[in-house]
Design a protein around this ligand. Structure first.
Ligand code: SF4
Length: 382
């Protein structure tokens, strides 16, 4: 009899590094510019043997886990695969993943073409594009290998995506990294005018030893202030653009739950499969120290050991890393919303991950403002 995967060990997302290189060179990228150099030892693309072995393991998870999980194709830049390799990859994945298992592709958008989208559409793989805002904001960090801005090429890719005959399915929204020097009203207005179906915002990588770009101190509020101004423009819009991070926080505040990394108290089950088949922890941990995303005992999908690993205590321990250990977090009235933030944001050389988030002050400021606005809104209707 097949062992079922216990609920506490369940997988929410498998993020697959299908390409280890990127066609652009964003200056804040945790893969290439945060001290980890593992990418340089990897082959450029996942090969067929690794893909085959990965699909066997994914098929086993499908049969052993009650809850569907999602697969995210990531890189580097996944569309560097080109049409033939992309088709081979998606075909192999869909052989083991029924359609209710979402497959999405996170791309910088530059290599989007109608032919690529036709393949994605056929295999029901949606496409999310990274763009940080209007040209001046986007081109500050999202640059090519010669330092040139990439804005026009990305916008062109998004336009092709928006006009595709299957855009209603394919267009999975935009992903932006917050630049606290920008004006959130400009950023919001820009994304709305682009007709984005939704936007998600991420804070920049950083930790207690290396403060995120644009953050002056642990107690400064650059990111919190930016998010509150974004919240205000969003709440005052009668037809708002869905903003996932705000929507999720509001949902938790109103008593709901979300299963999302770095939010709330649900342990999020994410594993990374690197281009050579190595099973890794969340790869954003790379920004903490070289090798922070590796398990002590190396596991490779080609050894057929993923399933025993998911059943192991090592995997449970990794999932539990998301629960904040620091006393301030454990006693914090905002813990059920903040969740202690993303693990990478807790790092310091002296305490490891046993710190509140480097964004703690920003999170508290945002949560206070959100609670105040929600109370005010509710009082208008009762
Ligand atoms: S707001 Fe700060 S103390 Fe509270 S849970 Fe988040 S990081 Fe921890």
């Amino acid at each position: 009899m097949v062992d079922r995967i216990a609920p506490e060990s369940e997988i929410d997302t498998i993020l697959v590094k299908v390409a280890s290189r990127c066609n652009i060179n964003c200056s804040y990228c945790y893969v290439y510019h945060m001290g980890d150099d593992n990418w340089s030892r990897l082959s450029k693309f996942m090969d067929s043997d690794t893909l085959g072995a990965m699909c066997v393991s994914l098929g086993q998870i499908v049969s052993q886990q009650e809850k569907p999980f999602s697969v995210v194709l990531h890189g580097g830049e996944p569309f560097l695969l080109g049409k033939t390799r992309l088709k081979e990859l998606l075909h192999a994945l869909r052989e083991v993943l029924p359609e209710l298992y979402p497959i999405s592709i996170q791309t910088n958008g530059i290599l989007i073409s109608n032919e690529i989208l036709d393949i994605c559409s056929y295999y029901r793989a949606s496409v999310a594009v990274s763009i940080d805002g209007p040209k001046a904001i986007h081109d500050r960090f999202r640059v090519g290998h010669s330092g040139e801005g990439t804005f026009e090429k990305v916008v062109l890719g998004i336009e092709i995506l928006r006009r595709h005959v299957d855009a209603a399915f394919l267009n999975a929204g935009l992903l932006a990294v917050v630049d606290p020097q920008s004006d959130p009203v400009d950023v919001y207005t820009f994304f709305k005018e682009m007709g984005a179906p939704s936007v998600d915002f991420l804070y920049k990588d950083g930790n207690h030893d290396r403060l995120p770009l644009g953050k002056k101190s642990l107690f400064s509020l650059e990111y919190g202030d930016w998010m509150v101004r974004l919240l205000d423009v969003y709440l005052s819009d009668a037809d708002p653009l869905p903003i996932r991070v705000l929507d999720d926080m509001l949902k938790v505040m109103l008593g709901g739950t979300v299963s999302k990394e770095g939010m709330g108290l649900t342990d999020f089950g994410i594993i990374i499969i690197d281009t050579d088949g190595t099973v890794m922890k969340n790869d954003t941990l790379k920004s903490s120290f070289n090798g922070a995303d590796r398990f002590d005992e190396p596991i490779n999908i080609k050894d057929g050991t993923l399933i025993p690993f998911i059943h192991s205590n090592d995997f449970l321990d990794y999932k539990r890393m998301q629960r904040p250990a620091h006393l301030n977090c454990r006693n914090c009235e905002n813990l059920d919303l903040c969740g202690g933030g993303m693990i990478l944001h807790r790092w310091s050389e002296s305490n490891g991950f046993d710190n509140p988030s480097v964004y703690c002050s920003d999170q508290m400021y945002l949560i206070d403002a959100m609670q105040e606005r929600v109370k005010k809104l509710i009082s208008q209707y009762v």
